[in-house]
Design a binder for this molecule. Structure first.
Ligand code: URP
Ligand code: ZN
Ligand code: ZN
Ligand code: ZN
Length: 484
């Protein structure tokens, strides 16, 4: 690859803002400084040069609710790049009794077409000796984060005893536990009751998953993680009740992170009351969209640092797939898209409104993700030696979001018609120019698997603290410790 210089921009990282050029050699950042020369030049005048976005939560070509999510690693990572995201972290989903390593191989077979780098979380969808045995092997493969579904009863859900066993094992191995926090037992009962009462439409999806079920499960997961001594990452935090639990745990010194989604920050529950069934069903995801009170809470969490990252949970289903649930909302495949729109929407509603600084934008879309997941500063940083996953961000560039022009394979966009100001001028993936002023320059298979490290600083600190404060027998003189 010829050397490339990004010239004339303002570098923005999670902690610094400064004028500098960046020279890229062989996919990495080789030099940062004034007046650099290279064989190719990209003009960044008037732009911010930021670490490419990392989406910590996607489901590409995922088998779910009797179908497969429609964006695969080809269209999904193409959509990611179009919006300035240069790495995605997808979920490996083992079937019941399937080994973790076997499931990982299935994901490696799918991801070969990726246009940008990617990593995986491993889902713990059942519990047994084989899972326990394979956990260190999975970590050895560079997958250090393990997701537990507290909902989807009868399918993916795990119970408290299984979660405690899994969390304990992960704590010992220096890994991180993830949870989808909703009380699956209560959701299942509410679904049954609603259907019996004739509540069959997509609005009943929201009725069946109120904020209380998310708040309860978040508190429970935090307690179990604390008892097990493992750092906890709560995915798709959608409401004040869950955020409050995370905020309180963090104030108590617990190692807990929360991940709101761009959808929950922008869209609200009124979508489910839309007279068009398709409109409402396309927006069915778990947890559902909430009212404004919850949106304000999520934004405040990003501002104050009690919530750490913004993801998409990109899990796209076509209108045809959504129609599996006509007459029974519990059969509507759960999931929405957002990969292409996360960065421009967060910039528009976050930075342009003054809720977030550009540095905070980089933190929640990239740097924090890389730190929490264990791939910083290779990803999420602008530093000599780091991967040249970069976005040259034009704060004046505008567009109206529309399914007609999107990269995603589905036939609609839940953000249809929204105006965004702030879009990529250039996107580079390991030094390769993938987007130039809105024009896609895709290269299937360019993306590589990113191995991540367990036993990061937070995990080591937590282990030390838990060892120091572990229960110990009281030494007593004069009385025999045991026996006669
Ligand atoms: O509705 C959602 N979120 N679908 C994707 C699977 C999950 O729960 O993350
Ligand atoms: Zn989930
Ligand atoms: Zn709307
Ligand atoms: Zn998800």
């Amino acid at each position: 690859m010829p050397s490339t210089v990004i010239r004339g921009g303002t570098v923005v990282t999670h902690d610094l803002t400064y004028r500098a050029d960046i020279r890229i050699e062989n996919g990495r950042i080789a030099e940062i400084g004034p007046d650099l020369k290279g064989e190719e030049t990209l003009d960044a005048t008037g732009c911010y040069v930021m670490p490419g976005g990392i989406d910590p939560h996607t489901h590409l070509e995922m088998p779910f609710m009797g179908t497969y999510s429609s964006d695969d690693f080809e269209s999904g990572t193409r959509a990611a790049l179009a919006g300035g995201t240069t790495m995605v972290v997808d979920f490996v989903l083992p079937g019941q009794e399937q080994g973790l390593l076997d499931a990982m191989k299935v994901w490696h077979n799918k991801s070969g077409r990726a246009h940008c780098d990617y990593s995986y979380h491993m889902a713990v969808t059942w519990w047994g000796e084989r899972v326990w045995d394979e956990m260190p092997l999975v970590i050895g493969e560079g997958i250090t984060t393990f997701k537990h579904f507290m909902a989807y009863k009868g399918a993916l859900m795990v119970n408290d005893d299984e979660m405690f066993a899994s969390f304990t094992r992960l704590g010992e191995l220096g890994a991180t536990a993830l949870v989808h926090a909703e009380n699956g037992d209560v959701v299942a009962e509410l679904q049954r009751k609603l259907l019996a009462e004739g509540n069959t439409g997509p609005e009943a999806h929201a009725y069946s998953r109120p904020p209380q079920v998310e708040g309860e499960a978040t508190n429970r997961a935090i307690m179990i993680a604390d008892m097990a001594g493992v750092p906890l990452y709560v995915v798709h935090v959608s409401c004040e009740e869950a955020h409050e639990a995370i905020r309180r745990a963090r104030a108590q010194g617990k190692r807990v992170w929360g991940e709101p989604l761009i959808q929950h920050l922008i869209l609200d529950e009124s979508e489910y009351r839309h007279p068009d069934w398709d409109h409402a069903a396309r927006r069915v995801m778990s947890p559902p969209f909430r009212d404004k009170r919850h949106q304000d809470s999520l934004w405040a969490g990003l501002q104050s640092g009690s919530l750490s990252v913004v993801a998409t949970d990109h899990c796209a289903f076509t209108t045809e797939q959504k129609r599996f649930g006509r007459g029974d909302f519990t059969k509507i495949p759960n999931g929405t898209g957002g990969l292409e729109d996360r960065m421009p929407l967060l910039w528009t509603h976050g930075v342009n409104t003054g809720r977030l600084t550009p540095n905070e934008f980089v933190a929640v879309t990239s740097a924090n993700v890389a730190k929490i997941l264990g791939c910083y500063p290779r990803k999420g940083a602008i530093a000599v030696g780091a991967d040249a996953d970069l976005v040259v961000w034009d704060p004046e560039r505008r567009k109206t979001i529309s399914a007609a022009t999107q990269q995603s394979a589905i036939d609609y966009n839940v953000f249809e018609g929204q105006e965004v100001t702030g879009l990529p001028r250039f996107v580079l993936t390991r030094g390769r120019l993938a987007v130039r002023e809105g024009e896609m320059r895709p290269q299937e298979g360019w993306g590589e698997f990113v191995r991540r490290e367990a036993r990061g600083p937070v995990s080591r600190a937590l282990t030390r603290w838990k060892d120091l404060t572990a229960p110990r027998p009281v030494e007593r003189s004069g009385i025999p410790a045991s026996g006669v």
